[in-house]
Design a protein around this ligand. Sequence first.
Ligand code: ATP
Ligand code: F6P
Length: 450
Amino acid sequence: MGFYTVSNVEDMRICVVMVGLPARGKSFISQKIVRYLSWLSIKAKCFNVGTYRRKVGPAHPDADFFDPSNKEGSQVRQNAVTEAVKDMMAWFSEENGVVAILDATNSTKERRRWVLKLCRENAIEPMFLESWCDDKELILRNISDVKTSSPDYEGIDPEVATKDFLRRISNYEKVYEPLDSDCDKDLTFVKLINVAQEVIVNGIQSYLESRVVFYVMNLHIRPRCIWLSRHGESVYNVEKKIGGDSSLSPRGLQYAEKLPEIVRKSAGDVNLTVWTSTLCRTQQTAQHLPYKQLQWKALDELDAGVCDGMTYEEIEEKYPEDFKARDDDKYEYRYPGGESYRDVVIRLEPIIMELERQENILIVTHQAVLRCIYAYFMNVPQEESPWMSIPLHTLIRLEPRAYGTEVTRIKADIPAVSTYKEKGTSKLGESSSDATAKFRNLLNGAPPSA
Ligand code: ATP
Ligand code: F6P
């Protein structure tokens, strides 16, 4: 089932070559592609040439360094990209990488021809991805959001840094050659114009490339938030049973009544849409929310197959081998007649794509599904995501930022049972230090700017 299995992609090697002037969102897009593909178990890595440039050249170069007539600067920049490409090739061959992103401006035809040649010599499929933007206000906002705080401008006044960065852009403009549908018709490329107001796609070779294109076409950068909540405590939760389609417990109904107030406090007057699963407990939880609602089958809880309706203790007793196998590899383990976490991620892919397109969304769903969605936004590795603690009666607010997602957890003051099962036991509940460690409520990693 699903879009990708390892065998679909294991022979593929794609290099996404970013193209564009500074402050056009190339690192932002690169980071998102890597996060998306990694979430789908496709081995992806970004090679940010700015990081290499800082290693082989000056730590705080000013705009003159980027002047194309500056021979010394040009040599350092060529050394940096050469080092990045060397590491990228080693990653493909030694670590079986599938999608590498060469995150640099790659703004001249000469540079792109050089990358193209190296890719062809190494049996790597090159795909150029250009971000073209002439929205001056947006560029200035990008500079103030991410560039003035880049390591290049450490300790430098933001106003001075902004002026210097604008000069840096002018220096790149002297030699910038955008991708061109006529001259570059032999290349595989996608060109995003003013975010994705207009998109030009040329010569896509493979299914995986087309998925990457579809993903970047759906990205937007308008400010918005995503709220996540599990359903209120259910009758099955109280009885320690998994799965089923039970109603809310009295405390779960209290959470449903309180939810509109908690959401309003966090969201203010913004208009949002509520997505629920098709199961009774999420719809009961959302029943008092004064917003448009949509049900998604894809948001239903992980299907526990033959174990549906049992307690973990019963599973341990009746299916001891399965119980152990699940603890040993919770992400891959598939309940007989049911699903694994991997299966859930694959069925959630259209939800993630739609979430990228939408603005303010509140999702009311289930423990395993919420872990998978959270893992996408917070880049949580597969070995950790099925073990994350996501308690009942807690609203999670995710706010996408330039290079990561900010998380806030809002706990409703309504007690609920714990449905958390630690590894190696069939008892429910958790040691609080473990739970805190497992739940990443910090900003996720920010790449350095190129
Ligand atoms: P540099 O070449 O200096 O590394 P860059 O092109 O990599 O610059 P980023 O560091 O990724 O630029 O800039 C991040 C900012 O770009 C974020 O604030 C993000 O909102 C914005 N952004 C994301 N996508 C786009 C886009 N398609 N066009 C313009 N800006 C974008
Ligand atoms: O216990 C609540 C529940 O939503 C079950 O219906 C589901 O099987 C389980 O959580 C998923 O959590 P885990 O993957 O930790 O067993």
